[in-house]
Design a protein around this ligand. Structure first.
Ligand code: GRF
Length: 221
């Protein structure tokens, strides 16, 4: 990217800690993501991510879902705030509300989510426990475009981590979260570089690289 290139305007929706928000803000600040976070919206007053954003000088809004009569009117309020901020890409980062089909339609192809499992395995909640209960040897994180379903949209990028003897849901969650902080900035970078798009229901990445020899095996010996 040249210095005169357009910086894509990001809006981030959160409900909690906002460590993925932090990774996105850091990625923008370092220039890794050719974009800038213009607005952070939380549906919860106590979300720590609001403090992270304020600390970085990024405008925040709390839009409380309980103050709206239904899902769509809440979503319309968020939509208006995002448009007023000039947002081009919306990133859900630990945002714990299901979005209405109306909102998803408005932002189709410009709406990303991160989920702490290798979708389509283990959608929904308590995903680390789901993975442990299933006895799989790997889990990970997925960034996907959001569609009308719950964690069902076209997959953009995935990071794989092993499940190790003695893991419980918190240890596995921590291992996955560490990779989320690499994966979400990567996906945002691809979008902001104009290399990621939604085409005919698929996430298409231009020029993605892969070491043809690489594989993960667990246990290794
Ligand atoms: C992450 O595990 C993310 O995958 C899930 O919610 C968690 C949010 O963590 N959707 P944080 O608020 O970004 O720290």
């Amino acid at each position: 990217m040249t210095p005169t290139s357009h910086a894509t305007v990001l809006g981030v929706l959160i409900s909690g800690s906002g460590s993925n928000l932090q990774a996105l803000m850091d990625g923008c600040a370092s220039g890794y993501i050719p974009g800038r976070v213009a607005l952070v919206i939380s549906n919860k007053d106590e979300a720590f991510g609001l403090q992270r954003a304020a600390g970085a000088g990024i405008p925040t809004q709390v839009i409380r879902h309980r103050e709206f009569p239904d899902r769509e009117s809440f979503d319309r309020a968020m939509d208006q705030a995002l448009r007023e901020a000039g947002v081009e890409l919306v990133c859900l980062a630990g945002f714990m509300r299901v979005l209405s089909p109306w909102f998803v339609g408005q932002w189709k192809g410009r709406l990303l989510n991160i989920h702490p499992a290798l979708l389509p395995a283990f959608p929904g909640l308590h995903v680390q426990q789901q993975a442990l209960d299933a006895g799989v040897r790997f889990s990970g994180a997925t960034v996907h475009f959001v569609d009308e379903g719950l964690d069902t949209g076209p997959i953009v990028a995935q990071a794989v981590v092993p499940i190790l003897p003695g893991d419980d849901a918190p240890t596995l969650a921590a291992r996955i979260l560490k990779q989320e902080h690499r994966l979400y900035p990567l996906a945002a970078r691809l979008f902001c570089q104009g290399r990621l798009s939604l085409q005919a229901g698929r996430a298409v990445v231009e020029g993605g690289a892969w070491d043809g020899q690489a594989a993960l095996i667990n246990p290794e010996n």
